[in-house]
Design a protein around this ligand. Structure first.
Ligand SMILES: [Zn+2]
Length: 101
């Protein structure tokens, strides 16, 4: 998985196809990400304390990172990030314009 928190991504499949958003959470172990405004699920919250109302909370749920593509910061196109081999620090590079992302 080469998407990390803070990246801009574009959804390429599923109900939210075509949407773009910022990654707000990455779960590399599960290969899942959460993205602002994508895969929103409504959750009914029961009133916990007396006098409080139950409410409907909308929250983005994690979905498989394979449904998203990284959007390059310099050329603005969705791309597969490529990690340069042989570098000590992992440097992701845009496949299309070659700049670091
Ligand atoms: Zn690029």
């Amino acid at each position: 998985m080469n998407i990390k928190k803070g990246d801009n991504i574009k959804i390429i499949s599923g109900n939210d196809r075509g949407k773009t958003g910022k990654v707000i959470g990455a779960f590399p172990k599960e290969l899942r990400i959460t993205v602002e405004g994508v895969n929103i699920k409504k959750k009914h919250v029961r009133p916990r304390a007396q006098g409080r109302k139950g409410e409907l909370v909308k929250m983005p749920l994690p979905f498989p990172a394979s449904r998203a593509m990284l959007v390059c910061g310099s050329c603005g196109r969705p791309t597969r990030a490529h990690i340069l081999p042989g570098e000590t620090k992992k440097q992701r590079v845009c496949r299309k314009c070659g700049s670091a992302v």
